[in-house]
Design a protein around this ligand. Sequence first.
Ligand code: ATP
Ligand code: MG
Length: 412
Amino acid sequence: MRMSKTFVKTLREAPKGEEARNAQLLIRAGYVHKEMAGVYDYLPLGLRVLEKIKQIIREELNRISAEEILMSTLQKPEPWKKSERWDDQEVDIWFKTELASGGELGLAPTHEEPVTELLKTYVASYKDLPRAVYQFQTKFRNELRAKSGILRGREFLMKDLYSFHQTEADLDEFYQKVEGAYAKIFERLGIGAETFETFASGGIFTKYSHEYQTLIPVGEDTIFYDKEKKVFLNKEVYNEEVLRDLGIPEGTEFLETAGAEVGNIFKLKFKYSEPLGLNFQTKEGERQTVYMGCYGIGVSRVFGVIVERFADEKGLVLPEAVAPYKYYLVANGEKGTAKATEIYEKYREKDEMILDDRDVRFGEKMKDAELMGIPVRVVISDRGLETGEVEVTERATGETRKMTLDKVFGAL
Ligand code: ATP
Ligand code: MG
């Protein structure tokens, strides 16, 4: 990307009324644009980050044989009525609208009902199970409070995975595979060390579901934990009975901290397959209801969590795995500029460099590289070129080293 060619500019200030640090930084750095509270546009840099996050998730889910689909956002009421989730008294975050030809429609806040309905077309016998499908999809939720930037959107990107099984044992087995995939995903996203599987409410078999909580101060949830015993509990479910159920010894002293829910996984059992009538014929010729699981990750929330976790007083700090580009080239002087352009052209196909070729002060370029959180800033100056060296600064550590050009880009 050439800074002189992109339509986006870095901004000195975030818009008034934007309270969340993640959104303030992302707006100033030119990654996102705010439409209204809880609604954001993703600009070229922000979109690249979302795509990198999606690709990591996609690779790990494909590894456990899940298939990617894309379902519709517009929802007819019928399936939701069967599960009693259409009524605004039951689900208070619906955005609903009307068809010009008459009749109500909803904008999907999630997809359990439509995906259950979808599978009815393709699952008839035990031979059609197990199955697992997932999508990256924009969800709409009329959230009462939307003050946390991209951590809580009224429109946001979710990855939702659904699995379908003949038996409880099969569901358990797949659930464990998802746990493994999630551990890898959060590790690869750079937040593995602070993201923990946490007991939460809402399970069908076990009374519990699991949330993936990233421990960061702006998180909206309260987490009780004992790191040594590797126990993490959402405060919502904490009580004597729960401790007994989970076999947590009496007198365990929990520490309390804030967490942001980046994902959650549920054994749904028959919660949707029963009322919607998703069943199959067993080997013995009997009808049986399909066991289901569902597994979410808040893709845009993950982006916000990464921002909140690593940003510093100079701006964004993005892990290499999700940064939109790896290198930010800043030239100084005539020869430096020629060399920087040459390097940019040479590695253009790799698409991992930003060339700051704007007609602005050197100092401004250096600051923007920091604000934008690009992992490696490379300064190519006339003086450095005399000895064949450039100055390489790692954004995460602030460490600067002099290196030869070959050494910096050799691995590309
Ligand atoms: P929360 O308790 O934060 O409202 P939820 O329990 O409603 O989340 P799910 O319906 O299970 O969440 O959605 C799956 C994932 O989508 C969540 O784990 C979270 O990471 C993300 N998510 C949920 N609501 C939002 C939102 N309004 N904006 C961004 N991400 C969200
Ligand atoms: Mg919610």
